[in-house]
Design a protein around this ligand. Structure first.
Ligand SMILES: [Zn+2]
Length: 120
């Protein structure tokens, strides 16, 4: 079996091809922080989750746990995480807006006539 250096470093038992591709992607994204992340499995798990969330947003898809509609000053109505403020001055979708990437929109209700509006 041919194991990459990353696979040997982590000592993980998952199939090396899939695990190595994931670790190499995390390594590229972490940059100079990689040794610190590699030494702390909890930090590495959080970093992996944050990177997956960012990739989902950049693909124009709502991360699964973004279930609350909030209004961003610049983006309009967007999906954010539960407990996020109802109105925000900036949001994670601002990157998509500035880069011309799609932003999935929550359906909103106009309080004066209760008519559902698709805010796209
Ligand atoms: Zn925004």
């Amino acid at each position: 079996m041919n194991l990459s250096p990353l696979y040997k470093l982590t000592g993980q038992t998952a199939p090396p091809e899939a695990r190595d591709a994931d670790m190499e992607k995390l390594h590229r994204a972490a940059g100079k922080d990689w040794p610190q992340l590699l030494a702390d499995p909890d930090q590495l798990a959080v970093f992996r989750a944050v990177l997956a969330c960012t990739e989902t947003r950049r693909a124009g898809r709502r991360p699964e746990y973004y279930t609350q509609a909030s209004e961003c000053k610049d983006c309009g109505w967007v999906w954010l995480w539960p407990g996020a403020p109802t109105r925000v001055l900036g949001c994670p979708w601002c990157f998509n807006r500035a880069s011309g990437l799609p932003i999935p929109r929550p359906p909103i209700f106009n309080s004066t006539n209760s008519k559902e509006i698709n805010n796209e």
